[in-house]
Design a protein around this ligand. Structure first.
Ligand code: ADP
Ligand code: MG
Length: 683
């Protein structure tokens, strides 16, 4: 009998060949297989009459094949099958490309379900390349059908046949990781029912029940994992830091800290004086001045006679921090060094030597700080910037370079308080909820695509005044290789803009398929003012500071979550110039327009995050990129904040009764797996 760790090639009906194909989706064990979730569902229960089909709609019809299919070779490598099908209301001409086997498998007189996009008119209805299956088979039609993310060589059909086999193979052996009393107390279905219906829902209600159960389970395991991480950390004790007169530091700043910054500094210093390692998240909107909070902590640590390190996710950010902080720090007698992937071997040798001897107090850098050859004499504080780019494991790797150093994590992603607790369950949270005085809010407009000529004219005027612009180009939706399509979209958009609209300006582009070095070179040129317009996908989302960029144009704004729009908008309004954000969308949907309107009304990231949570549910906040913790799969499919709270509460109750999970070994095993598995996926 199989267990969940069985390799899928041994499952009846799968075999080595399919197993190999599925391997490309990361599916190797039975557990992987049944946990591979649909991206969405299509309700293909309703059957339509041919005569009622509207041009352009996607629908299913039951129709009889009226004459034998014909096969034509259109050109090399392109075969066309044509078949006429009829129901009692009309006829439908169906075509298939390169599916020659249908010539013999579609039999005259037999009724099939055809599911696809209807075209043509009353006189001549057609469907090209529909899904087709024998009426009554109810595999790909006649029910709510799961749609899985695919890769080359694995079709929907292969996937859901394999998953069917997988579910049958483990129907009786699925361990339930939810203790039975918790499951019942929260009105959740059994695990078998949940997996069956998340893949092959009997009804929309059954799907909801399955989803709720699996989302709860996921949030529950996640909460337990985080709470255990936290309790493990609390037992460590370290020598408390000494009081430091911070006057020297504050006096050296060209401005006074805001009250919010001061509060965050005080909270962090308090942690470091406490005798247990600080593990604090400092969350503040873009431009709220997180760097100075970090700098205050560095000053404090160095005055305590120990070293500090600041890790940024990209070379350009590391350089920016170094450029901004080193002069201030050196002036205060703190010796600084920059260490990145492109630091020359010679400089690197001397930096490494000085770090290990303690001659350097403060190291700023990228992942390069994590490499094995980097040793610190006495690392007391680790700061990571733009935290959602680093995994928990990377923070841990840097921490391992000292003996329980204090950790300060900085994030510009505002997370509603209700979610912060679970997402950052292993961290204490400080919030900078105030911007330095004198900032001009970014003026934001939501407009339809017909405004493009006016927008371009406006950009040109700003560029004539010396400003620069970002344009976030339309994203490609739902495709098997979205990154490659994004690349095409970005390059095409940028070329067109350069040639047809701004021949007299310099247009650059950046996209996710570029090598990190290429990307950074483009960003650096933009930061240096060498290009006027930067067209990109959302890769520019993170932390780069180009104060001269005064306008952000976002195409297809409706496709972004509010928080993401807010992040993008945060790229401008960083200098003394009035800045603008223009959201372009032709979507007339009421909800979309309401969302975009929120953006034009407020620049408060926390309010926007709360609004996003209200409008879209917490799924978005769980995208792995945002927090670097184990990715939540099911919760992504949408669940309410209430469920989150329930799951958290249940986790707390269980741990308070049974901190070591001795009464529920299946739960313990899964929590362990969740966190060790993800320790390796550094994002
Ligand atoms: P972020 O929180 O986005 O990392 P930064 O730390 O980069 O923000 O700060 C943004 C800008 O605001 C910097 O130019 C910084 O020097 C400036 N700044 C920070 N704190 C203050 C303050 N209290 N008063 C005035 N300007 C400040
Ligand atoms: Mg910053």
């Amino acid at each position: 009998m199989a267990d969940l760790s069985t390799n899928i090639q041994f499952i009846r009906g799968i075999g080595p060949q399919k197993a190999k194909a599925l391997g490309k989706l990361g599916i190797t064990t039975l557990q992987d297989l049944i946990a591979y979730l649909p991206r969405r569902y299509e309700d293909r229960r309703a059957l339509r009459h041919i005569a009622d089909l509207q041009n352009g709609e996607t629908a299913c019809v039951a129709a009889m094949v009226a004459s034998p299919p014909t096969l034509a070779h259109i050109r090399k490598g392109m075969d066309l099958i044509k078949v006429r099908a009829v129901d009692e209301t009309g006829a439908l001409d169906v075509t298939f490309f390169n599916q020659t086997w249908l010539k013999t498998s579609l039999r005259q007189g037999e009724t099939y379900i055809f599911c696809g996009r209807a075209e043509g008119n009353l006189l001549h209805r057609q469907m090209a390349s529909p899904i087709v299956e024998l009426a009554g088979r109810r595999e790909q039609t006649g029910r709510i059908v799961p749609i899985y993310p695919l890769t080359a060589g694995v079709s929907q059909l292969v996937l859901f046949r394999s998953i069917r086999q997988g579910l049958d193979a483990c129907a009786d052996i699925l361990p339930d990781v939810l203790p039975d009393d918790i499951r019942r107390a929260h009105h959740l279905c059994r695990i078998g029912y949940a997996y069956e219906n998340i893949h092959f829902p009997e009804s929309a209600e059954a799907l909801d029940i399955a989803r709720r159960r699996l989302a709860f389970e996921e949030l529950f395991l996640f909460s337990i994992g985080l709470k255990r991480l936290r309790s493990r950390r609390e037992v460590v004790s370290v020598p408390p830091c000494q009081e430091v007169d911070m006057g020297g530091f504050f006096g050296a700043l060209p401005f006074t800290l805001t009250d919010a910054q001061r509060r965050c500094v005080e909270e962090a210093l308090q942690d470091m004086r406490s005798g247990t390692p600080m593990n604090r998240l400092c969350q503040g909107d873009v431009g709220s001045g997180k760097t100075m909070v970090a700098a205050a902590c560095v000053y404090f640590m160095v005055k305590n006679g120990r070293q500090a390190a600041l890790m940024a996710p990209t070379e350009i950010l590391a350089r920016q921090h170094y450029g901004g902080l080193a002069p201030l720090m050196e002036q205060l007698g703190i010796r600084c060094a920059l260490l990145t992937g492109s630091t020359s071997a010679k400089t690197k040798r001397s930096v490494l030597q000085q770090l290990s001897s303690g001659e350097i107090d403060f190291a700023i850098g990228t992942h390069a700080l994590l490499t094995g050859s980097v040793e610190f004499a006495d690392l007391g504080l680790v700061v990571t910037d733009e935290q959602h780019r680093f995994g928990v494991a990377q923070r841990a790797a840097l921490a391992a370079k000292g003996s329980h150093p204090h950790m300060l994590v900085m994030s510009a992603t505002p997370i509603p308080r209700t979610l912060a607790l679970i997402l950052y369950g292993d961290l204490d949270v400080s919030i900078i909820d105030q911007l330095p005085p004198g900032r001009k809010p970014v003026e934001t407009y939501a407009v339809p695509g017909s405004y493009r000529p006016r927008i371009y004219a406006f950009l040109d005027k700003l560029m004539a005044e010396g400003r620069q612009a970002y344009i976030v180009c339309p994203m490609v939706e739902e495709s098997d290789d979205a990154a490659a399509d994004d690349r095409k979209a970005v390059t095409a958009y940028a070329e067109k803009l350069q040639e047809e609209v701004f021949p007299h300006r310099s247009v650059a582009f950046v996209h996710g398929k570029m090598k990190p070095r290429e990307k950074e070179a483009v960003m650096a040129a933009f930061a240096a003012g060498k290009t006027d317009i930067l067209v990109s996908t959302t890769v520019i989302e993170v932390g780069v500071d180009v104060p001269n960029a005064a306008v952000m144009v976002i195409e297809n704004a409706e496709r972004f979550g509010l928080s993401q729009l807010h992040q993008l908008r945060g790229r401008v309004g960083r200098g003394q110039h009035q800045s603008y954000c223009i959201l372009i969308s032709d979507n007339r949907n009421e909800e979309t327009r309401e969302r975009l309107k929120v953006m034009t009304k407020t620049t408060d990231g926390f309010r926007i995050a709360e609004e996003d949570l209200r409008l879209r549910g917490p799924g978005d906040f769980f995208g792995e990129r945002q927090h670097g913790l184990p990715g939540l799969k099911i919760a992504d499919l949408g669940c309410g904040t209430d469920l989150l709270r329930e799951a958290q509460q249940a986790a707390e109750e269980l741990l308070s009764q049974d901190p070591n999970l001795t009464t529920c070994p299946a739960t313990a095993v899964r929590v362990e797996a969740l966190f060790t598995q993800n320790a390796n996926t550094l994002n």
